[in-house]
Design a protein around this ligand. Sequence first.
Ligand code: FHN
Length: 478
Amino acid sequence: MIFNKKSRIFITGVSLLFSLQAAAAAAPPEDTVSLQHGAHRSGNRTDADMERWRSHRLGQFIHWGLYAIPGGEWNGKVYNGAAEWIRSWKEMPHEAYDNLYKQFNPAGYNPQQWARQAKDMGARYMIITTKHHDGFCLWPSKYSKYTVASTPWKKDIIGPMVEAYNKEGIDVVLYFSIIDWNHPDWRTSLKTKEDTVAYGRFKVFVKNQLKELLTKYPTVKGFWFDGTWDESWKTDGAFSDELEQYLQSLHPGLIIGSRLRADEKGARHFDSNGRLMGDYEQGWERKLPEKIEDVHHNDWEGVMTIPENQWGYHARWTGHIKTANELIEMLARSASLGGNFVINFGPKADGTYRAEEQQLAAQIGQWMKTNGAAIYGGGYAGLEKQDWGYYIRKGNTDTVYMVVCNIPVSGYLRVKIPPQQSLQSATGLESGQPIPTTQTGRNEYLLQLENKKYDAPVVIQLEVKKGKERGEFEKART
Ligand code: FHN
């Protein structure tokens, strides 16, 4: 991709009006810092691979590794942190964790079933932890002994998973942690000359493993980097910049979010001039933006756990467990702000899913079957948000979906349309029936929902046309 300083305005919007609004909001400030390893592009990628990723909107994250074996418990004690971090808990000796691989034998691992479940949920892409912070590789890497090949299971986990998901039409993205607690050359910071030499070897190892993954699994669509916040990594912006370019040259179209790189000043995600590095904003973890300005009209993705903060399998979920309706609302919010929403699953050590996750996947899937049209390929609509929920515009069209999550006791839903536009029709997506609509102002309408109990967000399809507004409405003289 070519970075042209002069071409700051890019077209992403749904109409010229929204495009111009978007471009104005997205235009970053003038560069004040001279950078060699900052952003190399202004605006979102427009190639087919990125368009495809952008249209997915719903993804599945899977955290699976050795941490699923203790499942958040060791020696009768319960770890309150995230299950995949248990090795860092003082109650669990490193030696005990580092020998867990001798027990990894997931007899219930059925990638076809995993893929079917994801498909039924409506996921269009998935992200799998090839290697988390513990350094254990779910593929038989020739650069490490700490892999599935050394376990009683022996076989590759990733290959059959990529194949099964692809067969269901689901794209696969590979999660890869730069933090590697198992590698003798990995460092958090470089204090001595020896550290620098060791970390130099570590960077070669990382590059080799990434190349290996792309070679072994050529259909993958992206890398999802993690564990890139250490000083050792942040202070070598030249390396992560070169690495990103190298991977994308090996695998044209490869999607890499903003977690990988730091610029030469150590700034992450956004370079020292405030420009996004990478193909999309990747900092939305267990939190979501509230308004379009929060994401600067960039592509972005939000990743979400079902309980409070558990990615890998933890036998005892505590605190609030999100319901299907909450996750659907988050999905709608994400699509309304032009982002993808990814729900995390942490399979058990035997390769099966806990009942709560299976049930949630099925409930979300049921909603998506009826309402998926509002989500896939949806984006920012450019209409004033109302308290009842979210507007999502279908691509570059006049179709706008309302995902109604909060139904007012009156049953009336207010819709405000920008000047020089009018509401042509409002139809219930599930019922296919017109929604009774009254125009109450030059650009305002009230839609009346049927008075009944709703047990999931309701979707209404609007057709909003440009042109002269209808009706005679006098402004109040005050
Ligand atoms: O430390 C990890 C955590 O275990 C998990 O993998 C999440 C997923 O986004 N990423 C890190 C924290 O940002």
